[in-house]
Design a protein around this ligand. Structure first.
Ligand SMILES: *Cc1c(COP(=O)(O)O)cnc(C)c1O
Length: 384
């Protein structure tokens, strides 16, 4: 065994979500599967082969390190790989050699891409990221013309695969005006860039939220992360989907479950504290189950006296503080729980479910953060 907990990845749920995404996207819109953050905690080397099997041919990551992980997960497969964030000068050489595409959002990277491509005798394949209002990475307006001039002068070393930007929070209605302004700026650039006859880029700006909320922003390619793992980015986006599609069903399926086993069962007398400190006091004789998962495994300490787990198909409370490697469950109401029984931290058991969102409401984390905090060293098991 050599594991304290494990994560199941449901292959049929991945297929369900990919089928949904494809049916939802406009015709000829490329679905780029965003797998940064170790595929949102699911595991790049587990998720990517399944996604590829069900037809995904484009992957996006943040860094060269993650890009390398994708190439190792998909040897001898046909697909396009795009780095949206960090890549240092040494890694640029690797990327160009291996046909890995990358964003350009500052002049130094463009200069080094040109000189490296020259040295290698191979074109760099780039996506020019435009600043439209997020004020993070992106070529600012004052540098856009000069950037394309420089590219134009170096077309034997540079191929512009894409022109793109990123919305500053399309998942939240309070950002509506800001995001609309960004879209307007991007459309203005689209018109302006028509003057370069050599430039035939894929245009892309939408992530999961914008793809649902502003279908018009899908353009040539969408960069989708959270949707493929079975979650709408926020409740607002889910409600928007339901009302625009006149449906009340959720087309997505959570693909991840997180499970462990009861490590020990103990009886604590009335009038005692359980675990470290004094946060849980037994008013009566209390039976507890110890579970070998703690905050070092991604089970947030803020779930102390808050979390819920499933054992034997019944929901039980986490009591006391979550330790680094253990937590305690109040199982006083159960006669039958034994050492070795399955404990579900996220997922289904019987007809009960612990969902990621219920879980993350408690720990004040949004889905994204809870998922990506699941450590890489928890074994992943692929299930039907
Ligand atoms: C993470 C990311 C995405 C995907 O976002 P989701 O909300 O998970 O769909 C798209 N584009 C960029 C630049 C990103 O960093």
């Amino acid at each position: 065994m050599f594991q304290t907990s494990y994560i199941e990845i449901s292959e049929s749920a991945v297929k369900n979500n990919i089928d949904f995404i494809k049916s939802y996207l406009g015709r000829n819109v490329i679905f780029s599967s965003v797998v940064k953050g170790n595929a949102y905690g699911h595991g790049i080397n587990y998720y990517c082969p399944i996604a590829h099997k069900y037809g995904v041919r484009h992957f996006s990551v943040f860094s060269a390190q993650e890009a390398l992980a994708v190439t190792l997960a998909l040897p001898n497969h046909e697909y396009t790989l795009m780095i949206m964030g960090h890549i240092d000068n040494e890694e640029l050489q690797w990327a160009i050699k291996n046909n890995v595409e990358f964003y350009i959002f500052e002049q130094d990277r463009l200069d080094v891409a040109i000189s490296t491509a020259k040295k290698l005798g191979k074109k760099a394949q780039i996506h020019v990221e435009l600043e439209t209002g997020m004020n993070r990475t992106g070529i600012p307006d004052r540098d856009v013309a000069q950037t394309f001039k420089k590219i134009e002068a170096n077309l034997q070393f540079i191929e512009v695969k894409g022109v793109c930007t990123h919305f500053a929070g399309a998942e939240d209605f309070v950002n509506h005006e800001r995001v609309q302004k960004q879209f307007t700026r991007f459309k203005k650039y689209e018109l302006e860039l028509n003057k370069y006859s050599w430039l035939k880029p894929l245009k892309h700006l939408a992530s999961s939220s914008a793809t649902i909320r502003f279908p018009d922003s899908q353009r040539d390619l969408v960069r989708l992360g959270i949707l493929q793992f079975g979650f709408f980015p926020t409740q607002e986006i889910f409600v928007h989907y339901n009302s625009s599609q006149k449906t009340s069903t959720n087309p997505l399926k959570r693909i991840l479950s997180w499970k462990t086993h009861v490590m020990d069962v103990q009886t604590v007398e009335a009038g005692e504290y359980v675990g470290y400190g004094t946060s849980y006091f037994t008013n009566h004789q209390t039976k507890i189950a110890l579970v070998p998962v703690g905050y070092s495994s991604g089970y947030s300490r803020s779930l102390s006296n808050q979390g819920k787990v499933l054992i034997n198909g019944i929901r039980f409370d986490v009591i006391g503080t979550v330790n680094m490697s253990m937590l305690a469950i109040d199982i006083t109401s159960s006669e039958t729980i034994r050492k070795g029984d399955e404990v579900v931290l996220i997922g289904n058991q019987g007809d009960q479910e612990i969902s990621v969102s219920s879980f993350s409401d408690f720990s004040h984390l949004i889905n994204y953060e809870l998922l990506t905090r699941l450590p890489e060293n928890i074994p992943r098991i692929i299930t039907r």
